[in-house]
Write a protein that binds this ligand. Structure first.
Ligand code: NAD
Length: 372
């Protein structure tokens, strides 16, 4: 297989974890005979410092020309006082919009040896395996915004929440199709008891569901969903929801896994294959340059890239298996290295952790070859 991948390392720990993701990607490519052409470009603060803008048209075009994009993270205190248009995070919104990334997938899988890393009780989080599918380019964040003043001098502000049927349809298809590859259950989250947009959402999801009679569908109001995610997260398989609810619920769900350094994500577009893959965490300026960053979220994002953009499911599964094995073998980065543990554990730096994953990857590849 021949594919072009654009890597955007970004700021803070972004370049550190992107580098580790690249190593795993290249390793898998070499072993399976895939030709991955990898290019890198500046984004965020580094792009601002060099070109005066968070994402240049050239880099954007390189992303459009690629088959997939892998992102480190952007932002940092150096650029925190910049005006809106000149903030590093602006690059992410531009990328989402220009690449048409309408579906954001955030898996939350609690690895058994890390169940104690979550602030919730072990018996509540152990074995949680859910996926939040968030609509990413509509709703409140992209609606009309206005501020004004009444004749009496009082300030007001308005954000428009608008969804069209086709926007709901396409994200519902993503949710049902993904559920078919998992445990066949979709929970659609809305606020249909109050919001018109949610009533359209619910009716549209139900209509799309008629094409997936083998998948179970339930509806849940967002306030209840926020509670259920903490009380009883094992009930969920695929959770599909609109932009703002998804923003909030996916961050809430990430707490279940114990560390943000373990959380990968994929943002998918309507054009076949093209997707943006990144860890959920930010640029973590507090630990940048110290070999303390957990690379596993980015490595797991590489697995998602191989699965969703290149349809290389066996390769993706091997990476996921290697990550689980490393954790099972007792290796930890600092963020997951504290707290109650069973057996011996060893805290590793960013590069050593990746080395450990690559060595487990090699073991799995050798075993698979022997079975063949
Ligand atoms: P953050 O995710 O960068 O860090 C939050 C905490 O988690 C910090 O204590 C950090 O050390 C820790 N952490 C994060 N990733 C880690 C990893 N891989 N390994 C170990 N520990 C990790 O969030 P923040 O501090 O609120 O934001 C820092 C900057 O990142 C800000 O400029 C923010 O705007 C930006 N940001 C970028 C993205 C993105 O690029 N997608 C997302 C969120 C925040």
């Amino acid at each position: 297989m021949k594919k072009k991948i654009m890597i955007l390392p970004g700021d803070g720990i972004g370049p550190e974890v992107a580098q580790e993701g690249r190593r795993v990607l290249e390793h898998v490519g070499r072993h399976f005979g895939h030709s991955f052409e990898i290019n890198e470009g500046l984004i965020g603060g580094h792009s601002l410092d060099t070109y005066g803008e968070p994402l240049t048209d050239e880099v954007l075009q390189q992303c459009k020309d690629a088959d997939a994009v892998l992102l480190g993270a952007v932002g940092g205190p150096k650029w925190d006082q910049n005006p809106g248009e000149l903030r590093p995070e602006k690059a992410l919104l531009k990328l989402r919009k220009e690449l048409g990334l309408f579906a954001n997938l955030r898996p939350v899988e609690v690895l058994a040896p890390l169940a104690t890393a979550s602030p919730l009780k072990k018996e509540i989080v152990a074995d949680v395996d859910l996926l939040v599918v968030r609509e990413l380019t509509g709703g409140l964040y992209f609606g009309k915004k206005e501020q004004g003043q009444t004749p009496g001098g009082e300030n007001w502000a308005v954000d428009e929440l608008i969804y069209s049927e086709h926007e709901v349809e396409r994200i519902a298809h993503v949710a049902f199709q993904t559920a078919r590859k998992r445990r066949n259950k979709v929970t659609s989250v809305d606020k249909a008891n109050v919001l018109e947009s949610s009533r359209l959402w619910r009716a549209t999801v139900e209509r799309v569901h008629t094409e997936y009679p083998d998948v179970e569908l339930e509806h849940m109001l967002v306030d209840n969903a926020a509670m259920q995610l903490i009380r009883s997260p094992k009930q969920f398989d695929v959770v599909v929801t609109e932009n703002m609810f998804g923003d909030i619920l996916s961050d809430e769900a990430s707490v279940l896994a114990g560390s943000i350094g373990l959380m990968p994500s994929a943002s998918l577009s309507a054009s076949a294959g093209l997707g943006l893959y990144e860890s959920v965490h930010g640029s973590a300026p507090d630990i940048a340059g110290q070999e303390k960053a957990n690379p596993l979220a980015t490595i797991l994002s590489v697995a998602m890239l191989l699965r969703h953009s290149f349809d290389l499911n066996p390769e993706a599964q091997l990476i996921e298996k290697a990550v689980k094995q490393v954790i099972k073998d007792g290796y930890r980065t600092l963020d997951i290295g504290q707290g109650e543990t069973v057996g011996e554990t060893q805290v590793l730096g960013t590069t050593d952790m990746t080395d450990a994953v690559i060595s487990r990857l090699d073991q799995s590849i050798t075993q698979t070859e022997k079975v063949k």
